[in-house]
Ligand binder design. Structure first.
Ligand code: ZN
Length: 87
């Protein structure tokens, strides 16, 4: 194998790995949104974001749920009212 074909093969492997990571993250996100939708009737993935970091004892799903503003910015959690970044 020439050096060029070897580099091309390495790029294809790296691209395939990235596609796999993207697919895994998409599936997990879908599952998180389905859990939220089951327990929060007005939850919509385009308007709301479930935190994958902040646990929330007031939330029906145990994690903070942020409303997204028009610019996609997260507001405070709709249950505990803590901001998404708690510095
Ligand atoms: Zn919360």
């Amino acid at each position: 194998m020439t050096q060029q074909t070897e580099q091309a093969a390495q790029r294809r492997v790296a691209t395939a790995l990235i596609i796999g990571y993207q697919r895994s993250i998409e599936l997990l996100t879908q599952e998180i949104n389905e859990v939220a939708k089951r327990h929060i009737p007005d939850f919509h993935r385009l308007n709301d974001a479930v935190s994958t970091f902040w646990k929330c004892n007031k939330s029906p799903i145990g994690m903070c749920v942020f409303k997204l503003s028009e610019r996609g910015l997260k507001t405070d959690c709709r249950y505990c009212h803590q901001p998404s970044e708690r510095k």
